[in-house]
Design a protein around this ligand. Structure first.
Ligand SMILES: *Cc1c(COP(=O)(O)O)cnc(C)c1O
Length: 360
């Protein structure tokens, strides 16, 4: 996003945000709500910031239709902190937690959980480089919880249904939260780093069903104890004020644009257009099982590395950035988060068509 130059940012995170959010955030750095103060200098316990926090929490509740059993928190440390904070709060040493190994991020969560208790990896798609979502597994009923990643940002797979189990569900939704309608109340815990679909890096959204807390025997440091954060209204210490403010702006933007059902309809169109184009052009080869394709991150390669370099350079020359694939997969990754418009995807698919025609 540059004033006089059109850039299409397909980066995986930190990623594109709505232009209105950039504009409002810029204004508020100089003069927040006509107070003559910058959002960067106001105390977090002032009514000015309390209003930001209250509205952000209420808007999350509204957009996700959360019931009163669920609490919303804004915490620090990114999604990666949740990898260990979750087992620390929910898993006793002798207990077992079930995990799905669906990608690089899930694998990291598994590694951290092992520091606190037993881990049962109920299924894995590692055998085929995480290019599909494991199916036909059972979650043992005695598991403390079942953890999975709803959208595998790096590999480009997505779980399109909520697993059927009576075990409390814990989900890493970092890269597809608020992108599609779901019964969010079915989850015991949802977490997401903000920098993909919610806002600026530096804050983490956590949604917790309160009855799962208070069951572990280990003592918890205050900053790691969800109950302390709930009691303190996400202000146990100084929260990341600006990052939360940017989240609020993005949440307002989403609400004004019709909320989750409306953005889901656009996300469906974007994914249909991009995957439809990839399927029509043999020069591009999507790497993921068709039924498990992510509507947020499309991953594909070309068979000729020289052509890959050429297409990357072409994208760059046309102001399309962030399309290079993750170093562990190679090729390309096109992220289509909420703030990416259908026009942005159209611009890219036109370039792909042109390129394929010239090369055929
Ligand atoms: C980006 C990402 C993370 C890591 O988030 P951080 O905020 O950098 O810790 C974890 N899980 C998923 C699914 C992600 O996409």
């Amino acid at each position: 996003m540059v004033d006089n130059k059109v850039i299409h940012n397909f980066g995986a995170g930190p990623s594109i945000m709505p232009r209105e959010v950039f504009e409002q955030a810029s204004k508020s750095i100089l003069n927040f709500n006509d107070t003559g103060l910058s959002i960067l200098e106001i105390g977090h316990r002032t009514p000015l910031f309390q209003d930001v926090m209250d509205e952000a929490l209420a808007t999350v509740r509204e957009l996700m239709n959360l019931d009163s059993d669920h609490e919303v928190l804004f915490l620090h440390g990114g999604a990666s902190t949740q990898f260990f904070q979750i087992p620390m709060n929910l898993l006793n040493e002798q207990q077992t937690a079930a995990y799905l190994d669906g990608g690089v991020w899930g694998k990291k969560a598994i590694k951290e959980a092992k520091l606190f208790g037993q881990v049962d990896v109920v299924a894995s798609s590692k055998d085929r480089n995480y290019t599909y979502i494991p199916k036909n597994y059972t979650v043992p009923e005695t598991a403390a919880y079942f953890h999975y990643t709803t959208n595998n940002t790096i590999e480009g797979t997505q779980m399109h249904a909520i697993p059927e189990t009576s075990v409390p569900l814990v989900a890493d939704m970092s890269s597809d939260i608020l992108s599609r309608t779901m019964d969010f109340n079915r989850f015991a815990l949802i977490y997401a780093g903000a920098q993909k679909n919610i806002g600026a890096a530096g804050v983490n959204m956590v949604i917790i069903r309160k009855d799962i807390l208070g069951k572990v025997s280990r003592p918890l440091p205050s900053m790691m104890d969800y109950r302390e954060h709930i009691t303190a209204g996400s202000m146990l210490n100084t929260p990341p004020v600006f990052a939360i403010y940017v989240c609020l702006l993005t949440l307002r933007w989403l609400k004004a644009h019709g909320g989750v059902p409306a953005i889901e309809a656009i996300n469906d169109q974007k994914a249909a257009l991009l995957y439809g184009t990839l399927d029509r052009l043999p020069i591009f080869r999507p790497t993921v099982a068709k039924e498990d394709r992510s509507k947020m991150n499309a991953v594909f390669v070309m068979d000729d590395p020289a052509l890959e370099q050429e297409f990357l350079a072409l994208c760059k020359a046309n102001g399309m950035i962030g399309v290079k694939g993750h170093r562990s997969v190679g090729g390309f990754r096109v992220s289509m988060y909420n703030a990416m418009s259908l026009e942005g995807i159209q611009t890219l698919t036109e370039l792909m068509l042109d390129f394929a025609q010239k090369k055929s």
